[in-house]
Ligand binder design. Structure first.
Ligand SMILES: Cc1cc2nc3c(=O)[nH]c(=O)nc-3n(C[C@H](O)[C@H](O)[C@H](O)COP(=O)(O)OP(=O)(O)OC[C@H]3O[C@@H](n4cnc5c(N)ncnc54)[C@H](O)[C@@H]3O)c2cc1C
Length: 563
């Protein structure tokens, strides 16, 4: 996880806020029209869809952000030659900042569809503008400015779900801990929120949502809107993973109208990868999110429309195969018509077959090892289940953040299911212990908090012998005792090393990544749902000072996509 020590505004200001030459502005005039604004007039308002990119010809425009109490913070002032906008203007989404004319202002307004045309037609200028738009989004991600505010208990499953959704979609947001943050407490009081209604989300437009679903939240912040039922797309792509986004970029760059639908976020499985090292052209590796954010922005540059999150639940063939159209049905009853459909829906995660898994999912059991999970289990011990490449990446990623990683693998060794470079890297990590030929057989804990994991030899018919366990799992008698456990970092155990039936009673931080199919080699592994991740979740709250770091990690991944 990279946490920028300096804000992108400090380190990349010239690229973030370039000033265009007069000759360059002249070249861009054909893409927009000149408009005048009076002193104090708004060029953009948070939560409202603006007119597009504004190149300032005369006068000055103040860009500010405001918080849930209406307090304004200046971000930058644009003068003649500079332009106003960020990624929201590329897609025609609601603005994340306010923009007010200081005095009389004249600006060249370029609407979103013309902005996309500009980026394609004016390669060099387009590159500078696109980089600035991305970096400005990075700046907003660093501060959470303009995005919704999540108020809930730190580490709560729904808080994580909502924060994860926004992070994965590159949307700025802030999380306030209802237990420790005075502002969170004030908001709860102000809106008369009962404890059972948490988490709440305050959208930039002022709406209050009580523990919303992702679709509800996305609609509130303007991430997704209604689909035109009368429009017939040339191509509808189901899935915004690497396959779907590649399809979209190539189709749109050929001039086809493209709609991409994804039920979760762009990036698919690849978006969860801590570091992709086998992708051509990235010798030092790249995080999955940075790679996928590039693809996502590239697709939008070519005019691809995104419908995220929207789930496709049905596909109707055309009556006339030569001239008809396919109809996709969405879970919200909307319909999409298209002349062709590409289904790039990837793989579905296989869940381990243990009792009470449901009770820990979202709160203690996770299927990713992103910076969000990395922070949740920082300094603790983690069980990671699975022997595929995604598990290997998670081990490497987590090892530098947690006290210890226990890698529980069904097979006889890692080499049969994991790429060599990962096997070698894991071998060099002193705080990773690989336990082979075992299967998880039980989870223990309460209130969604994982306290222990049991396993047994994969080939053994014997069930877990709990009575033989050398590990004595402490019954959790409150937070204090748990803290003591964490400091000690070990339960007394002698069974792990010899791979006897065992019981993992390390911290509630247990991570599991599934192994590729039973005994499966590498072939076809990517198509299998082989990554599951079990994290134990602690109730350790992230102190307020950590909030900015939490946002920054998501910003860091976007920052890399602007290079
Ligand atoms: C943690 C991790 C690390 C990895 N690291 C690497 C690596 O280093 N190198 C490598 O080569 N591979 C890696 N992989 C594998 C790689 O990410 C996958 O092979 C790749 O993402 C598959 O791409 P895809 O587009 O086919 O499917 P996916 O990435 O699975 O994307 C499918 C998308 O379709 C969406 N979807 C599914 N059903 C619907 C529906 N009904 N309606 C709407 N949307 C739907 C999903 O939400 C998803 O976003 C990794 C995988 C994981 C999980």
């Amino acid at each position: 996880m990279s946490v920028p020590t300096h804000s992108v505004i400090d380190t990349r200001r010239p690229q973030m806020f370039p000033t265009l030459e007069l000759t360059e502005i002249e070249r861009l005039r054909r893409f927009g029209e000149v408009r005048s604004y009076g002193a104090g007039e708004a060029l953009a308002k948070v939560g409202a869809v603006g007119h597009g990119l504004a190149i300032i010809l005369a006068g000055h425009v103040d860009i500010t952000q405001h918080d849930q109490w209406g307090r304004r913070t200046p971000i930058v002032t644009h003068g003649p030659g500079s332009f106003m906008g960020e990624l929201a203007q590329l897609a025609g989404r609601p603005a994340l900042v306010d923009a007010y004319a200081q005095g009389p202002v004249e600006a060249l307004i370029i609407p979103p569809e013309r902005l996309r045309a500009l980026l394609v037609a004016e390669a060099e200028l387009g590159e500078r503008i696109m980089r600035a738009l991305i970096l400005r989004r990075v700046g907003l991600l660093e501060t959470g400015a303009g995005g919704p505010v999540i108020v809930g208990h730190a580490g709560n499953g729904d808080v994580l779900r909502l924060a994860g959704f926004l992070s994965r979609n590159g949307h700025p947001h802030q999380s306030l801990d209802a237990d420790t943050d005075p502002e969170a407490k004030a908001l709860i009081e102000r809106f008369h929120i009962d404890a059972g209604q948490l988490p709440i989300v305050l959208c930039a437009g002022g709406q209050l949502l009580r523990n919303p679903g992702e679709a509800e939240l996305a609609r509130c912040i303007g991430l997704v809107g209604p689909i035109d039922p009368n429009r017939v797309y040339d191509v509808a792509v189901v899935g915004a993973g690497p396959a779907g986004l590649a399809t979209a970029v190539y189709a749109a760059s050929e001039g086809l109208s493209v709609l991409v639908l994804d039920c979760r976020a762009f990036g698919g499985q690849a978006g969860a990868s801590a570091r992709i090292e086998n992708y051509l052209g990235f010798p030092t590796g790249i995080t999955g999110m940075a790679l996928m954010a590039r693809a996502y922005n590239q697709a939008q540059k070519f005019g691809v429309e995104m419908a995220i999150p929207d789930e496709v639940i049905g596909l109707q063939r055309p009556d006339d195969p030569d001239h008809g159209r396919f109809v996709l049905t969405l879970s919200n009853d909307e319909r999409v018509s298209a002349r062709s459909v590409v289904v790039a829906s990837g793989a579905r995660y296989r869940r381990i077959d243990v009792e009470s898994l449901d009770a820990f999912e979202a709160s203690s059991v996770h299927y990713w090892a992103s910076p969000l999970e990395g922070k949740l289990c920082a300094g603790q011990e983690v069980a990671l289940v699975g022997g595929g490449n995604s598990a290997g990446q998670a081990v490497v990623y987590l090892a530098s953040r947690v006290a210890k990683v226990w890698l529980l693998v069904r097979g006889p060794d890692l080499a049969s299911s994991m790429s060599r470079y990962l096997v070698d890297r894991i071998a060099g990590l002193s705080n990773v212990e690989v336990v082979t030929r075992v299967q998880v057989s039980g989870l223990e804990g309460g209130d969604g908090m994982l306290q222990a994991i049991r396993w047994r030899r994969a080939a053994s018919a014997e069930e877990v012998r709990q009575h033989r366990l050398a590990i004595r799992v402490r019954r959790r008698a409150g937070r204090q005792e748990f803290r003591v456990d964490r400091r000690r970092r070990r339960c007394r155990s002698s069974t792990v090393g010899d791979q006897s039936p065992g019981r993992f009673c390390r911290r509630r931080r247990a991570v599991e990544f599934g192994q590729a199919g039973r005994g499966g080699g590498r072939r076809g592994r990517a198509a299998r749902a082989d990554a599951a991740c079990l994290f134990g979740r602690g109730r350790r709250s992230l102190a307020p000072r950590r909030r900015s770091r939490r946002r920054a990690s998501s910003a860091g991944r976007w920052r890399r996509c602007a290079r």
